[in-house]
Design a protein around this ligand. Sequence first.
Ligand code: MSP
Length: 511
Amino acid sequence: MTGEKFYVTTAIDYVNDLPHVGHAYEKIGADVLARYNRLMGNDTFFLIGNDEHSLNVERKAKELGMSPQQYTDGMTPKFLEIWKKLEISNNYFIRTSEQKHVKTVQEIFKRVYDKGDIYKGRYEGWYCRSCEAFLQEKDLVDGLCPNHQIEPEWIQEENYFFRLKNYSKPLSDYIDANPEFIEPQSRRNEIISLIGMGLEDISVSRSSVGWGIPVPFDNSQVVYVWIDALINYLSGVGYSDNSEQFKKYWPADVHIIGKDITRFHCVVWPALLMSAGIELPKTIWAHGWVNFGGKKLSKTHGRRVSIDEALEKYGSDALRYFLMREIPFDRDGDFTWEKFEERYNSDLANDLGNLLYRSLTMIEKYRDGRIPSPGKPQSKDNELQESLGKAMSSVGVSMSLMNFSQALSFIWEFIQRCNKYIEETAPWNLHKEEKKERLDTVLYNLSESLWFIAYCMIPPFMPHSARRILEQLGTEVDFDKISIKGIKDWGNLSPGTRIKKGEPLFPKIEK
Ligand code: MSP
């Protein structure tokens, strides 16, 4: 591969419950980016995984009469099955109970300790077990954790502290000098003001927790679960078991995370890396929140949209499309079944599904199922090609800004342009009037446009539909290896190819 390297990660999920649509949104966004980079010819490594050492996991396992390891072993295949159904194309799935991760965490902890940045102290304060975070009195709302509306626990224990305070200045300087380090801007501003208010040293181990990674020089303590979890971005790409791979991909190009966990990623993580003498990731992108009917989605409060329900009803591509189109990646958005069905019927069934179905039906009916050879282009044909060129470059710009929703709207403008081309050229009249060469040209142009849609535009968002369209166009491609390197501006489909028209891609939902 000749392109650049690209390393993208997501947050690793807690395993005390199965993921909901909010978690899926993050994995799908990262998958879109990974697939897009592969399509552009970049050598891409995409990491996701599970965060297994949490207090919630320990408690849940106990409730079920299992060891935490047995419990997490049982959860892994369930997560993997969901991500497979959603066609998440990760190169590796890291589990924090894996040996290579344990080794990496202990190595980094020791390095930071040897540097003099870890010392023993006494912690006394609030702890929310759902955030797995220490809270200050001023963080609480009516005595409750503001994120989980549960009462935090009062903890008093001896543990190790990290000298975060010492990194206030290096962190602010770094953020100032690297505007793309924290995105979007709203999150960057939050972090700048947080650092401006003054950082305190943080506790990085626990003595009262059994399920975790032992501190390498003190077996009576385990590494605080957030420090453990952040280090997955190193261990998952080979820090301790594949140095060649690690050298090739590190630093990460993008860590994709939710807006609730920016403090850990944009303050603690870079400070820890600075202390360990490891290069910082290029960008931390904090996406917004998926709400359900205007309310916060939650694992515990019964407000969840089951991924399985969405998949069973409409399939993986429809869910991927809906989430990426409806909820821009830099802000919150709302999931409702009404909006989902509206977009499904208008964008998928009417616009894309019909374009394919009508075009292939005409090729079957008028040209015996073979893609004809185009004749001399007319102005409408040139306009169609121009709009393709414009759409392709606009999509490129939107993708570089992580504006997936806008990229899809440019793709859909082109799809609508193709449907308009059918109305303008009225192939049924050309057939009636026996304008053979003109009809050949129009049918070829429609096929080539569909080829571009399926090969260059929708694969990152809707891999299943892209494959099906390419199959129906009669092309044989190794879908996992497609790359836009070397394609022609126009004329990629060979005339004479036999199409394989299938069932409609997106059967309309009848109310
Ligand atoms: N385990 C930590 C992350 C450690 S990363 C080193 C964690 N886990 S989580 O399971 O609670 O969340 C995983 C990811 O899902 C986070 O990025 C979180 O922001 C995201 N989301 C959880 N609910 C969400 C929505 N309703 N909407 C969008 N993203 C959501 O935090």
